[in-house]
Write a protein that binds this ligand. Structure first.
Ligand code: BGC
Length: 747
């Protein structure tokens, strides 16, 4: 412990200590005392005597002038002049908006993801924000859950890589103090928030400890190992106990085992929600459970502020827990350099005007968007388009600027390069007709979006008139580009869907246009893998655009015209039908697998009305080029603990376009003390090859890559035989071989 911080801590009264653990929004500091007491304080249920100038941190104030004003006012009026921390949800970009996280992971380019995070951090730094509530590394296998858009997808290795690159990008790699241009990262939501039952938001999570440790925890661990200064708890119960009040989870696992020593913050109002969960009987109990579970900061409720004093009174153990929590908050402030300069240079800095949304930042956003977009289908090489082609651009996303996604709180739609604008950079206006074609979503779906209804575009004209215009435009064109998608408010927090397909009016438009016999390029904007089975059948080319961020239109147009060869690979399986959900590539083998040689044998792990295979598997994504892989060498068939199996793969670009391919290495542990997945992504390499060029990629399998959580919850490797599969998606792995692993002492 640092003596200076201890001194600060010891100077605080109990009320002042508790204040450090309270997080409020900016409105608590606006106006005079009277208005605060009758306004926000009352609304939140804070005790009228609560001194807002004891508060430790502020949520989602994201404007430099306001931050300066609030901090100045606070420092003037607070007793000990311990600077406020400003925390905000800058999830995938401050003003320069990058593709949504699920899209970013489809780039499999973690250097680019780190760079994107460092740009977001720089823009936050320039605006005076100290902490971002990012990265979210909740692994998700169920696309019904709306927050899948914020996640790295279904795979644990990708989640780990995402976690690490995000933390490095946001915080830098320095051990303790956070340097200039960087801010603190908060990994969330601990734990397993991405697995709510039936994909329904905030629903219970019930999973075995084995599943938790093997697939869900490693992402959080990677962020902690990379130095994440904060962790946020999850809203859900985990095996019956709310994560936010779960002592085993937050103390035994997070702090003791996973070695997290930073600040643990509750999710929004989650301490108070312990009551609704039926876990705490009242607010006093909620405060006690929260503190006991190790929650340092109570986000946006009055529970800690009103209750903690009574809760700890006369209880030395709880007093100690309070001191520990406050110490951690002070330490974070110190790591950010706030005691030296509460503004982190904000007052004297000039450059923000030039750095925020700078050309360099936009260029990085465009390039990551280009790498995140996934080409799902390209019949008869319809794409890329030639410049001479006459295009009808049709659909609600043709000129849509909301494609920043729902968590871009500082993103400005006015900055968005939409698809039409992007296309016009490649073709003359006379070659392009543009129309909306259909409503974005049906009226009944609008109502379900609650407060976001007002943000949806107002539909003008009847659906029939929109359709007729679209048919007319399509008839006059050589190729139709259909820009379709779910509304950004249909995904994100509170955006669970039971039937995640394209909205009905858009499907109708697609069907009608298909009948014209024109070539159809469908572009899908969405925050999740939608069920695209019908869309695939009806389209000649299909592009998954996700929500591609500020520069999305330029990125898509570059892909459509072949300036950029698509290289994105799905970080999440696309189901064929809702009933298959959850469907993911690394499933366990059952005792009765559905083997092709058994045909439609009934008593196998299968459906009688649907195939097991998804529509598009994890790791899948097409290129304009074709790549051939062959195994050049495998260094050994038997591997000891200190040895490695070194593999060389030759990759040839056999197509007409230069491009990048992602060579994926999967493994299967044939027999182990727990059943292992039929395939597990173990490593991958990306290689850029010019048309006709051949190159090689190397892999090296070492003992630590064979480890898994065994039957006694220990992370270990076990001797035995391993199958290796190498290819360009989880289902296309033509290169296979096996090796056996032994421990030296066995010989
Ligand atoms: C979300 C968090 C977010 C927090 C603060 C909550 O509703 O679950 O991810 O960081 O709000 O805005």
């Amino acid at each position: 412990m640092h003596n200076k911080l201890l001194e600060k801590l010891n100077n605080l009264t109990v009320e002042e200590k508790i204040g450090q653990l309270v997080q409020l929004t900016g409105d608590f500091f606006e106006g005079d005392l009277d208005t605060v007491v009758t306004g926000p304080l009352k609304k939140l249920g804070l005790h009228p005597n609560y001194n807002v100038y004891n508060t430790g941190s502020i949520l989602n104030v994201t404007d430099a002038d306001k931050i300066i004003r609030l901090q100045t006012d606070y420092l003037e009026k607070s007793n000990h002049k311990i600077p406020l921390l400003f925390m905000a949800d800058i999830i995938y970009g401050f003003r320069t908006i990058f593709p949504i996280p699920l899209a970013q992971t489809c780039s499999w380019n973690f250097e680019a993801i780190e760079q994107a995070a460092s740009i977001s951090a720089r823009e936050c730094y320039d605006e005076g924000i100290h902490v971002t509530f990012s990265p979210m590394v909740d692994v998700v296998r169920d696309p019904r859950w709306g927050r899948v858009m914020e996640s790295p997808g279904e795979d644990t290795l990708l989640a780990k890589k995402y976690a690490e690159s995000m933390v490095y990008g946001i915080q830098g790699q320095e051990a303790e103090s956070i340097p200039t241009d960087k801010i603190a990262a908060c990994v969330k939501h601990f734990a397993a928030y991405g697995a709510p039952i039936a994909g329904r938001e905030y629903n219970a999570v019930d999973m075995s400890e084995h599943m938790l440790r093997e697939y869900y925890l490693p992402g959080y661990q990677a962020a902690i190992d990379a130095g994440a200064k904060l962790v946020m708890t999850a809203f859900n119960t985990l095996n019956g106990i709310p994560a936010t009040g779960n002592e085993w989870l937050n103390r035994d696992l997070l702090r003791e085992e996973m070695k997290f020593d930073g600040v643990l913050i509750s999710d929004y109002a989650a301490v108070e929600e312990l009551i609704m969960h039926g876990y705490a009987e009242n607010a006093t109990e909620a405060a006690k459970l929260g503190l006991a579970a190790g929650i340092d900061i109570d986000m946006k409720t009055a529970v800690y502020a009103n209750q903690l004093k009574n809760v700890i009174s006369g209880n030395e153990h709880l007093e100690q827990l309070l001191n520990d929590a406050v110490y951690r908050v002070l330490k974070l402030k110190s790591d950010l350099g706030l005691f030296e300069d509460p503004f982190r240079g904000l007052k004297t800095r000039q450059e923000q005007a030039t750095r925020i949304l700078s050309d360099a930042h936009k260029k990085a956003a465009q390039s990551l968007a280009e790498e995140s977009i996934v080409l799902l289908k390209n019949e008869k090489n319809l794409l890329p388009l030639s410049k001479q082609t006459k295009i009808a651009l049709i659909g609600p996303y043709s000129e849509e600027n909301s494609t920043l996604g729902m968590w871009a709180i500082k993103g400005d739609e006015a900055d968005t390069v939409n698809l039409k604008t992007g296309l016009l950079k490649h073709m003359g206006a006379e070659q392009l007709s543009v129309c909306r074609g259909s409503y974005l979503i049906p009226d009944h779906a609008r109502e379900a979006l609650g407060k976001y209804v007002d943000k949806l575009p107002v539909e003008t004209g009847s659906e029939e008139a929109l359709l007729q215009e679209a048919i007319q435009n399509a008839k006059e064109a050589d190729v139709v580009i259909l820009a379709l998608g779910e509304s950004i408010y249909q995904s994100g927090e509170g955006g669970s869907r039971t039937n995640p397909t394209l909205p009905e009016p858009q499907l109708k438009l697609l069907r009608e246009l298909k009948q014209l016999g024109k070539q159809l390029v469908v572009i899908v904007y969405s925050g999740r893998p939608l069920i695209l089975t019908e869309v695939t059948e009806q389209s000649d080319a299909l592009i998954q655009a996700w929500y591609p961020g500020t520069m999305g239109g330029d990125a898509l147009a570059n892909i459509l015209y072949g300036v950029v060869n698509p290289s994105g690979k799905l970080a999440m399986t696309f189901p064929r039908s809702v009933g298959q959900i959850p469907v993911y590539y690394n499933e366990l083998s059952t005792g009765r697998p559905d083997l092709p040689e058994n045909g439609s044998y009934r008593f196998a792990t299968r459906y009688i009305d649907e195939v097991n295979k998804p529509l598009y598997p994890f790791g899948y994504g097409k290129s304009y080029s074709t790549f051939d892989c062959s195994l050049v060498s495998v260094s050994r068939e038997e591997m000891g603990t200190e040895e490695s199996v070194d593999i060389e793969v030759s990759v040839s670009n056999t197509g007409k376009f230069d491009g990048k391919e992602t060579i994926q290495l999967y493994m299967r542990d044939r027999f182990a003390s727990v059943t292992r997945p039929v395939k597990m992504l173990t490593d991958f390499r990306q290689i850029f090859l010019q048309s006709g060029e051949t190159g090689t990629v190397q892999f090296s399998i070492r003992e630590e890559m064979l480890r898994f959580v065994g039957s006694h919850m220990k992370y270990q490797s076990e001797p035995g035989d391993f199958d290796v599969y190498i290819g360009t998606s989880s289902q296309d792995t033509p290169l296979t071989f096996s090796f056996s692993f032994h421990r030296e002492e066995q010989l």
